[in-house]
Design a binder for this molecule. Structure first.
Ligand code: XMP
Length: 326
């Protein structure tokens, strides 16, 4: 990645006014760079790629082609939101690829975490590459690179860039938010009118629920994980924790325990709640969730989610536990 340095004089974007000024400048620059050519963007639905998409739609409209690859490991509702916001509301040129079966078939029986990551990352590139080769006349590739990505590009997080694209792709890059920090990207996203839950979305690993459905992924356990995770997010939203806790999710291990439901033996998986606070993800502390809320979430998950018969709360800070379980 090209080494660029944010000018000392560049003002931090903290208000909608400053964001609108940035947007106007970028729209002009993007139009100058792109002319009447076409631009391709891998749109994951994460904060950075969503803001880049919205900026480019504002600047060049249908000259932008967004490709959203659903690897089947998204959180509940996330691919649907990409289609709703970009495909419908913003009327973008959106190619939606449901590659769920491809990913889950490849992952069948694979339990080693790094092997799972490699498969997901490799297949993502393949699917994106296939879609790109079906399109004609693309001259540019847009990316949601942000300033910390540049600062860390030779550091520890390199392996995290699962959305990384093939190096032999011969496109000129369009990276309109490459000098911004995450908080600035969010203000720009707000100014562009993107939904709040998209702009303030938690960090989500590239391999998605793949590293939270522990061990070898099965469709039924992945489904249970997605539903339990949706309940956790809904309850955190309702109880004012969504904006307060840095990252929270459910992990479901590949093991069953004995339980009892409706008077009958009920073997099920445990759902593990992880809720952490951090500034840089290198260390993390545990959020103190009120017991009453934990009881309520436990009750909802065990009654509403097929296959789950226990709920556990992970009290381990990082170190010694990493944030993710795999
Ligand atoms: P760990 O588990 O290493 O996580 O404490 C630190 C942060 O990184 C995220 N994470 C990933 N992000 N691809 C990503 O894009 C990955 O493979 C990956 N693994 C962990 C994790 O969610 C946390 O925010």
């Amino acid at each position: 990645m090209e080494k660029i340095v944010r000018p000392e004089s560049m003002q931090r974007i903290t208000t909608l006014d400053l964001a609108n000024k940035f947007i106007d400048e970028q729209v002009k620059e993007i139009r100058e760079q792109v002319g009447d050519k076409k631009v391709l963007l891998a749109l994951s639905g994460g904060v950075d790629s969503s803001v880049v998409a919205a900026l480019l739609i504002k600047a060049i409209g249908k000259q932008l082609v967004c490709v959203h690859v659903n690897h089947g490991l998204m959180r509940k509702g996330e691919s649907e939101q990409v289609i709703e916001v970009f495909g419908k509301e913003l009327d973008a040129n959106l190619v939606y690829v449901d590659a769920t079966d491809r990913f889950l078939d490849l992952l069948k029986g694979v339990s080693a975490p790094e092997e799972k990551r490699k498969i997901i990352g490799g297949e993502f590139i393949k699917v994106f590459d296939e879609e790109a080769s079906k399109l004609s006349g693309i001259s540019f590739l847009a990316q949601g690179t942000i300033y910390p990505d540049i600062l860390e590009s030779d550091g520890v997080k390199a392996h995290h860039n699962v959305g990384g694209l093939p190096e032999d792709m011969q496109f000129e890059l369009v990276e309109p938010v490459k000098l911004l920090y995450k908080d600035e990207v969010r203000v720009v996203g707000d100014a562009l009118g993107l939904p709040h839950n998209m702009v303030y979305r938690q960090p989500f690993p590239g391999p998605g629920l793949g590293v939270r459905c522990l061990g070898a992924i099965t469709r039924d356990r992945l489904h249970a994980l997605r539903e339990a995770d949706a309940i956790l997010r809904e309850e955190f939203d309702k109880n004012g924790l969504a904006g307060k806790v840095w990252q929270y999710f459910i992990a479901v291990p590949d093991m069953k325990s004995v339980g009892v439901k409706d008077g009958k033996r009920y073997e099920g998986w445990p759902a593990i709640i992880r809720a952490v606070n951090t500034t840089d993800a290198m260390t993390a502390t545990i959020e103190e969730i009120p017991y009453s809320l934990l009881h309520h979430i436990t009750n909802r998950i065990t009654t509403e989610v097929e296959g789950i018969n226990r709920v556990l709360f992970d009290l381990t800070p990082k170190p010694v536990g990493t944030i993710e379980w795999e």
